[in-house]
Design a binder for this molecule. Structure first.
Ligand SMILES: O=C(O)CCC(=O)C(=O)O
Ligand SMILES: [Fe+2]
Length: 265
């Protein structure tokens, strides 16, 4: 976990000539840097730089990852595999806890994995800006390695609570798609990142569905009479479009897929 934080931070310290290979406005370039969330289109900018790329299966992606820092591929290759094992074990336990058939989250729903490294530079006036705005993560599960500097806050009972770093521990976050699949039994956690006067690097692993996966409340968890589905069925790729729009407009990110009781037939 420490190596990932060290090498993750080094990526942002590379000379421009190494970094520029990973700058692109082409959304198809899936290994690259960005600043804030969507710098050209957003109304408000956030105090973070980000480097992200897919990481499962490692052998399909590793050749596109940076060759500098020299340890990047080795450290993140190993890290991606180990984090995935942990993430899938947690998903298996959630599956059992929900009473779903075993292996429900294996295969398509957890087909992909995204490595997302955040760097929040030291901020001269943290009261003026956020690192990231309030959001829920749009996938299945987040495993956040947040190092030793605090900044993450979670919304509980309308109050922002700081999630203090614990050495060598992951923060595990239920994402929006688990809320939908569990038909609201699990709640995705709204969170944000505040800026800080000291720099902060975090390494975030997201377990994601395949792009064409069908997302819906699990059939065995709903029945029309006593426990009707709270959400419509949709593809993961549709969700990513509406999620981004809702995030920019400051709207509820799940509203588009909610079934309003009077609309249900
Ligand atoms: O950096 C953090 O503490 C959280 C980052 C986060 O929420 C995200 O990348 O979705
Ligand atoms: Fe997040």
């Amino acid at each position: 976990m420490k190596d990932a934080l060290i090498v993750g931070k080094e990526v942002f310290e590379l000379p421009e000539k190494d970094k520029e290979k990973f700058y692109s406005v082409d959304p198809k370039q899936n290994c690259g840097f960005k600043t804030s969330i969507d710098y050209n289109n957003e109304k408000v900018h956030y105090w973070r730089d980000n480097f992200r790329h897919p990481c499962h299966p490692v052998e399909d992606h590793i050749h596109r990852w940076p060759s500098n820092p020299p340890r990047y591929r080795e450290v993140f290759g190993r890290y991606s595999i180990e984090v995935r094992k942990l993430g899938l074990q947690i998903l298996d336990l959630i599956c059992e806890g929900l009473g779903l058939e075993s292996g429900y989250f294996r295969e398509g729903l957890s087909q992909n994995q995204l490595m997302s490294i955040n760097h929040y530079p030291a901020c001269p006036d943290p009261s003026l800006v956020l690192g990231l705005p309030k959001h829920g993560d749009p996938f299945l599960l987040t495993l956040l390695n947040q190092g030793e500097v605090s900044g993450l806050q979670v919304l509980k009972d309308q109050q922002w609570l700081s999630v203090e770093p614990l050495p060598n521990a992951f923060v595990v976050n239920i994402n929006h798609l688990l809320q939908i699949i569990s038909n609201g039994k699990l709640k995705s956690a709204d969170h944000r990142v505040v800026a800080s006067s000291v720099e902060r690097t975090t390494v975030v692993s997201f377990i994601q569905p395949g792009i064409d996966s069908c997302i819906e409340p699990a059939k065995s968890l709903v029945n029309e009479s006593s426990n009707p589905p709270l959400y419509k069925s949709f593809t993961f790729s549709d969700f990513m479009t509406t999620y981004t729009t809702a995030l920019f407009e400051g709207k509820d990110e799940l509203e588009h897929y909610m079934i309003i009781p009077s609309q249900a037939s």
